[in-house]
Design a protein around this ligand. Structure first.
Ligand code: GAP
Length: 511
């Protein structure tokens, strides 16, 4: 199965098994807006819980808040979003499709990178065991030529973005001969800027005010810096975490839930003493990668991507990218944001936003390291990483969602073998006991084989089956999702077994 087919399968699996539905589907949907279904919401809640625990519960010096989506509009002037939150867009005149100009160029660079990969693979098979990757990429003329070309393009891209020089971006697209993926033509418009914020009106007795739907949750943290620092008696370094919806008028919405108009972010701003920020940046960069590995993501599918263009307020920035079926793409950003945000809010609000350092007896504006992850992209990552089709010994295939058990929508399915002779009553007793601690699934219908397959498809790590022997000896069959091994277990042991297999500590301990 090629990667395009794999991605299509993931999208249809999400729909078929109640993970994600197109929004307002009975009215033909709404572009780039999606709803989470009965299984999707459980997985999403679990991902959010893990993030929250690993940030707030796991650090003495990080606390959480829940700021509102609507904010005083001056916030967005101060943050720079009113004037600068724009994407450089270009239209193809034949397909009438709109693209981000920088993304078109980055995708072109990716194509050159795959040419390098091909050369490496060819050489690897030619030289066999003697092949040395480093020597090859540093000496092979063709590969070196590709690398020089990438460096040249990246340099032009970086300069054009930094100077907002759109004619140079357009020239680069023309020079590289980039074609529209839909029409295949090079018939492009000029590059233009589009602001990404949605606005709405708030009515009051003295008239109407234009408000914005927040395009990031971070500003809710910055404007509450003093509130939290003072009431929580927080000492620097300390962090404030928040999860919540953000809204962006993404003109080019693509790739399912990768780029949506309404999405959820999980952000943490870590306030530090000026001069120590790069050391804390390295700390968070490493810890966030470790976090992704702790859920079981294959390290080959994760990589850092240093920003070519640093935002004017940042002095270091990196993305953690995941190898989606459509290539490596950003899931999380770690930014060293200097004192830009707090200083701007101080300037625009007229309120002094500073920290008094007892040790040095002086005031300063803290510097900030931000970790910002998209919950929806993290969700998609789980499906790309863990949804597998397995060939069984009997020739059949099964689709299994091998997500980490603690993140699975249901932890256990309780399945009476037949719908009579006291088996459902016995099973319900177990359900009523386990439901205090675990999200349990109960089902009586269909053959047991079909029921197991449905649980595999939604990622339930364990199934227990109640049969006639259960009534005699108080035991049930316990089936493991990944190995499909079935063991007999006494009903009184189930709770202890589940506690050992499924608990947050198993993940948190890896951090
Ligand atoms: N406060 C910093 C900030 O908002 P960002 O890189 O624009 O930085 C952070 O966004 C994360 O939010 C991204 O890494 C991505 O996972 C997620 N994200 C951004 N735009 C998104 C969109 N349109 N749809 C889904 N997720 C998005």
């Amino acid at each position: 199965m090629n990667s395009e087919e794999k991605f299509k399968n993931i999208i249809s699996h999400c729909k078929e098994y109640g993970f994600i539905f197109p929004s307002s589907e009975i009215y033909d949907g709404l572009a780039a807006v999606y709803d989470y279904g009965q299984n999707g919401v459980e997985l999403k809640n679990n991902l959010r819980t893990y993030w929250w625990k690993s940030m707030v519960q796991f650090h003495q010096n990080i606390v959480g808040i829940d700021a509102s989506i609507f904010m005083q509009p001056r916030v967005w002037k101060a943050s720079g979003h009113v004037d600068g939150f724009n994407d450089p867009m270009i239209d193809n005149k034949d397909s009438k499709k709109r693209y981000r100009a920088d993304v078109l160029i980055e995708e072109f660079i990716e194509k050159i990178n795959s040419k390098i990969d091909k050369e490496v693979e060819k050489a690897r098979s030619r030289f066999g065991e003697k092949f040395d990757f480093q020597t090859f990429v540093n000496t092979n003329e063709k590969t070196l030529g590709y690398k020089r070309e990438i460096a040249r393009i990246e340099e032009i891209l970086k300069n054009s973005l930094e100077k907002s020089d759109f004619s140079s971006l357009k020239n680069l697209i023309d020079e590289l001969g980039i074609v529209c993926p839909i029409s295949g033509s090079k018939n492009w418009t000029e590059v233009r800027q589009y602001n990404l914020m949605y606005s709405t009106q708030m009515s009051a007795t003295d008239g109407e005010t234009e408000l914005y739907l927040r395009p990031e949750t971070a500003q809710g943290i910055f404007v509450n810096f003093l509130n939290v620092q003072k009431t929580g008696r927080m000492k620097i370094p300390f962090g404030i975490a928040q999860t919540g919806k953000a809204f962006r008028n993404e003109i080019v919405a693509r790739q399912f839930i990768m780029r949506m108009k309404e999405f959820e972010q999980m952000e943490m701003q870590f306030f530090v003493k000026p001069g120590t920020e790069l050391q804390w940046y390295e700390y968070w960069k490493k810890l966030r990668l470790k976090w992704h590995l702790s859920i079981g993501t294959n390290s080959n599918n994760l990589k850092y991507h240093d920003h070519l263009k640093l935002a004017h307020y940042a002095n270091a920035a990196v993305d953690i990218e995941y190898n989606f079926p459509f290539g490596f793409k950003e899931v999380e950003g770690i930014h060293s944001r200097t004192d830009f945000d707090l200083s701007r809010h101080q300037e625009f609000s007229g309120k002094k936003i500073q920290y008094f350092d007892n040790e040095t007896n002086s005031n300063y504006t803290p510097y900030v390291i931000e970790t910002s992850i998209g919950l929806d992209r993290l969700f998609l990552m789980q499906l790309c990483e863990n949804l597998v089709d397995e060939q069984l010994e009997n020739g059949e295939t099964r689709t299994v969602f091998k997500v980490n058990p603690i993140l699975a929508p249901y932890k256990i399915a309780i399945l009476p073998l037949v719908k009579k002779d006291g088996l459902p009553e016995f099973a319900e007793k177990i359900y009523n006991e386990l439901k205090f601690d675990y999200n349990c699934f109960y089902e009586e219908k269909d053959t047991i084989g079909k029921r197991y397959r449905r649980q595999d498809a939604i990622g339930t790590p364990f199934c227990i089956t109640i049969d006639y022997d259960s009534l005699k000896d108080n035991t049930v069959t316990l089936r493991n999702r990944d190995t499909m091994v079935q063991d007999r277990i006494n009903v009184n042991e189930i709770n202890k077994f589940l506690f050992e297999e499924i608990n947050w500590k198993k993940l948190l301990i890896k951090l």
